[in-house]
Write a protein that binds this ligand. Structure first.
Ligand code: AHR
Length: 473
């Protein structure tokens, strides 16, 4: 939580940041530093998987070792897979078993061909190597509940049953224990194969959730929300809340000018606040029908069940510069790096409501990390991710910021009339003995001399990490 006092431009010398370390807001869930890998463009093939290995960068399984090192450096705790829009026609069964028998299929989301050379078992092996938790998204487009139950059985069952035995036959005795499962992706979108109305989706999501939790009560289900500020979000939460553990929202920030670009993430902060209120609204209206006799679901009216938000697609994306059907390879600038840091500040400030966030995407597709056959490049958006993942841990703490405001055009336009937009965007965390402060100066020309107060005593040791252009230091 940040409170603001906005100064007039002429008062900029009174800029100040004040921390309140006795006011902890919430634990920062480590899962906010999650990633996302979709069968799209060069994310999987040519990104994390390159069995051709012409330059010796892959291991014996075809996994790019340099990419794995970056995931480890970023300490990515969870990775969403296999889509995204891709999932709406994905048959997981095509991607398991002997590789030479796996069918090639038309891929309708990005208009390609899916060779299925990388599938569930490869992803699980890759995730194990990285040391990250898998988060699987179910196909609620062309896929059936039967397919979904079969995938869950394949991944998690230790019984003597058909799909568990198929996993064993494919060389994987132990269940993978996949905890996080999404009930579809962007089911509301006109671009989806099998777009749903909110009523149809909610009805189906309840039925799927019930069956999936019967099969494995230990899983966590993520409901498919929209951008957090829509009637879709309100309705599906109201209908499905007691069956799900998190509510997913998506938003990509963008802006033609620097200021529009770096302030656009504020729409995500608003989305989190609105979704949080929608979750509470849905909790008030929980109705035990239509399945009053299902004894396994322990939540109900007046229960403490409060799903968190899963921001499972977020990033800076200009679809004109980086079209999806051409692989969405976006070259990022310093302005984008600052926008990324604003995004991450938003997650820290709103840690009370966030159960997970997965940047979309992790390799090559609108990504901080770009590969080529001979190496990889870390974009300007990589460095804030690294700094936040290393240092912004523990508990978020309250901050007061006194600074001037940005008052020009915003993207989306409604931001300017809805939020205060400070020139200094700040979040703070306390982690053991360390107080960590993240400050983004979004001003495109001015530096601000800023007093920092509120620490119990002057710290004996201060480390400063600065991101910017050299001549601005
Ligand atoms: O991340 C790129 C795409 O953006 C995803 O496939 C889709 O879910 C979203 O629209």
């Amino acid at each position: 939580m940040t409170t603001l006092t906005l100064l007039r431009d002429g008062d900029a010398e009174n800029t100040a940041i004040s921390l309140d370390i006795s006011h902890t807001i919430a634990d920062i869930d480590p899962l906010i530093y999650g990633g996302f890998t979709e069968h799209m463009g060069r994310c999987i093939y040519g990104g994390l998987y390159e069995p051709e290995n012409e330059h010796g960068l892959s291991d014996s399984r075809g996994f790019r070792k340099d990419v794995i090192e970056c995931f480890k450096e970023l300490d990515v705790p969870v990775v969403r897979y296999p889509g995204g829009n891709f999932v709406a026609t994905y048959r997981w069964q095509d991607g398991v078993g002997p590789k030479e028998l796996r069918p090639h299929r038309p891929e309708l989301a990005w208009n390609g061909v899916e060779t299925n050379q990388f599938g569930t078992d490869e992803f699980m092996a890759w995730a194990k190597e990285v040391g990250t938790e898998p988060y699987l998204c179910l196909n609620m487009g062309t896929g059936t509940l039967e397919d979904a139950l079969a995938w869950l059985e394949y991944c998690n069952s230790d019984k003597n049953t058909y799909y568990a035995n198929l996993r064993r036959k494919n060389g994987h005795d132990a269940p993978y224990g996949v905890k996080y499962w999404a009930l579809g992706n962007e089911m509301w979108g006109p671009w989806q194969v099998e777009q749903h109305t909110k009523e149809d989706y909610a009805k189906k999501a309840v039925q799927w959730a019930k069956a999936l939790k019967l099969q494995d009560p230990s899983i966590q289900l993520i409901l498919c929300g929209r951008d957090g500020c829509s009637d879709w979000d309100r309705y599906v939460l109201q209908e499905c809340i007691r069956w799900v553990d998190m509510h997913s929202i998506h938003y990509y920030s963008q802006g033609k000018s620097h200021y529009q670009n770096v302030t656009s993430p504020y729409a995500a902060e608003r989305a989190i606040q609105v979704t949080s209120a929608l979750i509470d609204l849905a909790r008030c209206e929980i109705d035990l029908s239509p399945f009053p006799d299902v004894g396994r679901i322990t939540t109900g009216p007046r229960s403490s069940h409060r799903p968190k938000i899963c921001f499972d697609e977020w990033n800076i994306w200009d679809p004109e510069r980086a079209p999806g059907d051409k692989g969405a390879e976006q070259e990022y600038t310093l302005s984008d790096g600052l926008a990324m840091a604003v995004w991450l500040n938003i997650f820290i400030r709103n840690s009370k409501d966030l159960g997970m966030a997965t940047v979309a995407q992790s390799v090559n597709v609108i990504s901080p990390l770009m590969t080529s056959p001979t190496g990889l490049f870390k974009q300007p958006t990589y460095w804030p991710l690294l700094l936040f993942s290393k240092y912004m841990r523990g508990k978020s703490i309250a901050v007061h910021v006194r600074c001037t405001a940005y008052q020009g055009k915003t993207s989306p336009e409604w931001l300017q009339s809805t939020c205060d937009i400070p020139k200094l965007d700040v979040s703070a965390a306390i982690d053991g003995e360390w107080i960590n402060l993240a400050v983004v100066n979004v001003d495109d020309e001015k530096s601000y001399k800023t007093t920092i107060g509120g620490a119990p005593s002057f710290p004996s040791s201060v480390n400063i990490f600065r991101m910017g252009v050299t001549n601005a230091l």
